[in-house]
Design a protein around this ligand. Structure first.
Ligand SMILES: [Zn+2]
Length: 108
């Protein structure tokens, strides 16, 4: 074995490992992007659902952030829910529950 052959082997091995590490890093990044996209798609779906029924407004008591989600059975105004504020991580509180179709309840 000549030194040159050994050198080329080591260099190609290092390049292979670096490429592998870059591939793993890129994969996890893509995975994150894909996961964020899926979460957003699910959120949009939930908003679509909310447009046709009862919704509840969740608000952050610390910074005032608020979001609207479809109503879930068992939730009530003042309840501290599992969701957290994306800005400061504070637990969100149900501040309002209402229906987008008030006519649904008339005459029943
Ligand atoms: Zn907040």
């Amino acid at each position: 074995m000549s030194f040159e052959y050994y050198y080329i082997t080591v260099v190609s091995l290092v390049i292979f490992i670096v490429a592998l590490v870059i591939a793993i890093i890129m994969n996890s990044r893509y995975y994150k992007v894909i996961r964020e996209y899926l979460v957003q798609a699910r959120g949009a779906e939930a908003k679509g659902q909310a447009m046709s029924g009862e919704v509840e407004v969740l608000a952050c008591p610390r910074c005032g952030y608020s979001t609207t989600i479809p109503f879930r059975v068992g939730d009530y105004v003042g309840k501290v829910v599992g969701e957290t504020c994306p800005k400061d991580g504070e637990r969100l509180v149900v501040v309002a529950i209402y229906s987008l179709r008030p006519t649904e309840y008339q005459g029943s």
